[in-house]
Design a protein around this ligand. Structure first.
Ligand code: THG
Length: 367
């Protein structure tokens, strides 16, 4: 198998040394940065994540920082989610849309103060869009990418590991809230969030220089908890219905097609750049939507391009993520399904690269 060539354009992270020492076996590129995808095997990593605790180098979730008197105004221009009730110390999952209502990113917004925000981005060049808007509208706000690298602690033993390093106060952090914690004289934001359904935290590590000492402290404290290096797990995130920007959705999709309508308050999100477009599409309702899908038969190959979905000889959707789930003993998948075939129970055919498979549209994998 060919290898990917390393260079300055493919950025390393403050934790790359630790990731390599832990025996990483595969990477992807995300925001022009290395993101581990496999340590032991995707299935072994999955079982460990669901049983113990893992430390994830998710530095590639880069921050777009907004700082200045117009920071809150700019943030609301970017998203149809109403931010008026959001307080410092809160995180919101926010669809970001362009002037057509197309999805540009699906980040976590972190409100540090009225005039200071981080946008913890998925894999698209959001910094350029945000800088363009700030300058085009002559807003009084600084927009840049700070030296902040998220480190996620995920799994059922995450509370115990974090309490040992940061103190029992971490146990009091509520879901999608953060508080400040000291490590080696640095004040770090620690949130209860992360790209898994196993529970856990994200540490926004400010200052690359302390990266490896935090990494080492977590591994030293968690030896008896069987702490391991891990990464966002393909199987677990499909089971949990966590979407992947660029895979499950692109700028051709609206938030409503992505099932993110619950994170839109288009009527009250005054100032949102995509508001008029979304008011129009929301009135009609989407004609396709993202759905969980069970693909029958044995383990599917990797889904590195959309797989067409058919019913009665007509195209009715596409699968964009798929993996074998040991716990559900079937292939779990995420796909964009046309309205005629998006109801749970719909029987369809998926054109996988190794042949046509029967598949069933689901409400959720655990129902
Ligand atoms: N954490 C942080 N930044 C991120 C991600 C993250 N940036 C990139 C990527 N992940 C952005 N995408 C997502 C997708 C899903 C969630 C968070 C970021 C998520 N969703 C929960 C869910 O759908 O169940 C909860 C949403 C809610 O209830 O508000 O967590 O993971 N820092």
């Amino acid at each position: 198998m060919a290898q990917i060539s390393l260079s300055r354009r493919l950025r390393r992270t403050p934790f790359s040394e630790g990731v390599e020492a832990a025996g990483v076996k595969g990477f992807t590129v995300y925001n022009r940065m290395l993101l581990p995808t496999v340590f032991e095997s995707v299935q072994a990593d999955y079982r460990h994540l669901k049983s113990h605790v893992q430390v994830w180098d998710v530095s590639c979730e880069r921050q777009v920082e907004l700082r200045g008197p117009d920071a809150a105004r700019l943030m609301q221009m970017l998203t149809p989610r109403d931010l008026r009730g959001m307080l410092p110390g809160q995180c919101y999952y926010v669809p970001i849309v362009d002037e057509t209502g197309g999805m540009l990113n699906d980040p976590v917004a972190v409100k540090l103060a009225e005039d200071r925000w981080w946008i913890s981005i998925a894999d698209s060049d959001l910094l350029l869009w945000v800088k363009g808007i700030a300058n085009g509208y002559r807003l009084d706000v600084l927009v840049d990418e700070p030296d902040v690298s998220p480190l996620a602690i995920q799994g059922p033993k995450a509370d115990e590991l974090m309490a040992r390093v940061f103190g029992d106060r971490v146990r009091d952090i509520r879901f999608f809230k953060f508080d400040m914690f000291e490590f080696e004289g640095r004040d770090l934001a620690v949130a209860r969030s992360g790209y898994s359904k196993q529970g856990g935290f994200e540490i926004y590590v400010e200052g690359s220089d302390i990266g490896m000492s935090l990494w080492n402290a977590l591994f030293a404290a968690g030896e008896d908890l069987q702490v391991r290096a891990g990464c966002p797990n393909l199987i677990e995130r499909i089971e949990g219905g966590l979407l992947s920007y660029g895979n499950d959705m692109t700028d051709y999709n609206t938030p409503h097609e992505c099932g993110l309508g619950k994170f839109c308050n288009t009527h009250t999100a005054i100032g949102c750049i995509g508001r008029d477009a979304l008011l129009r599409v929301a009135k009609e309702g989407p004609v396709q939507q993202i759905r969980p899908i069970t693909i029958h038969g044995d383990e599917v190959p990797p889904c590195d391009r959309p797989w067409a979905v058919y019913a009665g000889g007509k195209r009715v959707g596409q699968v964009t993520s798929a993996a074998w789930s040991p716990d559900f003993e079937s292939n779990v998948a995420i796909g964009m399904m046309r309205l005629s075939h998006w109801d749970a129970g719909a029987e369809v055919e998926v054109e996988a690269p190794d042949g046509t498979r029967r598949a069933t549209v689901r409400e959720a994998f655990w129902i």
